[in-house]
Design a binder for this molecule. Sequence first.
Ligand code: HEM
Length: 305
Amino acid sequence: MNAGRELRTGPSQAHIPELQLRPLFLPPPGQEFAPAADLGDDTMEDDATTEPGVPEYNVFGVHPVEAERVFWYRWILGHQISFALWRAMYDIIGDRRDQMPSPPELESLAACIDAYSAMLLYSSTVPRAHYHSHIRHRMMLQHPAFSGTWAPDYRPVRRLFRGRLPWQGDPSCEALGAAVTRNAEAHEYIAGHLVLNGRSLLQQSGQAANLTVLRDKEELYDNFFLTVRRPVSRIEFVRHLRERAAEVSAELAHNGLYPNVDGHHHPVVTGPSGAVLITFVPSVLRILDRATRLVAGQQLQGVGV
Ligand code: HEM
C-alpha cells in the first residue's frame, strides 16, 4: 500500500474536473435498444477511451477536496456506471437462459463484473461518518427501506451473480465464476466498511425483502441516481458509458482514489479482510477501461460504426 503514496502522475498538472452529474438514459429493463436512425443518432464521435493508455492516478490524493461534492458525485456516478455495465451484461445473457455465451461474450461478462467491483470501491471511498450523515441519510429520506434490490437493471442479471444460470458450471466459465466471487466479496467488504454492522436500510427498516419489487420502488431508485428510462440506441448507450468512464479518469487523476479530506485520507482497504479489493486499488481505471472497450466493441458491431 505504501507504494500507492508515490506520485505516479503530476496531479497539479491534472485537469480540474467539473464534477457535474448528468442524467443517465437507459431503456426500460428488458426492452431492446432502439435503432439509431429512429432517434436521429447514428454517429459515433471519437472518444478518449479509444486512445491507447489509461491515465494513472495517485492512490492518496494531494489536493484538499470539497468532500460533499466529490463524494456525492462518486456515489451517483459509480452507480450510474454500474447500471450501464449490468445493462451490457443483460444484452449478452438476455432471456436465453440455456444458451452458453461465446468465449468473447464470457470475457466481456467477466470484465463487466470486475468493472462493477471497481465501481463498488470507487463509490465507497467516502469517509464513513460522511457516508452516514450525507449519503445514507439522503437515501433514507428517499425511502426508509431504500435498497439495492430495487435496482431495475440488476434484477435481470441477478441469476448470473447468484451462479444460477445452467451453463455457469461449465469449465469455460471459470474466469467468470472468479469475477462473480470477487464481486460478492467486494460488496460484502464495502458494506461492512461503511456500515459497521453491515445492515442495510432495508434490514433496519424492519420491512421484508420483497423479490417482487414494485415499479414505484424502482422509480424511486432510478430517480435517486438520476436515471431516466426512454428509448436509447446502442450508439448513445456506448457514448454514455465512455463519457462516464472518462469522467472517472479525470476525477481520479485530480483527486486520487482516497482524496485528501481536511488533511486526512480515508482508505477503504486497510487490512487482510479486504484482500479481494487490494488488486482493484491501483487498477480502477484500467479495469473500467477494459470493460468499456469490450462493451463498445460488442454493442457497435453491426451498427455501422
Ligand atoms: C457502493 C455501492 C453499492 C451498490 C452498487 C450495491 C448494490 C447492491 C445490489 C444490486 C443489491 C441487490 C443484490 C441482490 O438482490 O442479490 C444489494 C443488496 C444489498 N446491499 Fe448493497 N450495494 C452498495 C452498497 C452497500 C452498502 C454500503 C451496504 C451496507 C449496509 C450494502 C448492503 C446490502 C445488503 C444488506 C443487501 C441485501 C438486500 C438489502 O438488505 O437491501 N450495500 N446491494
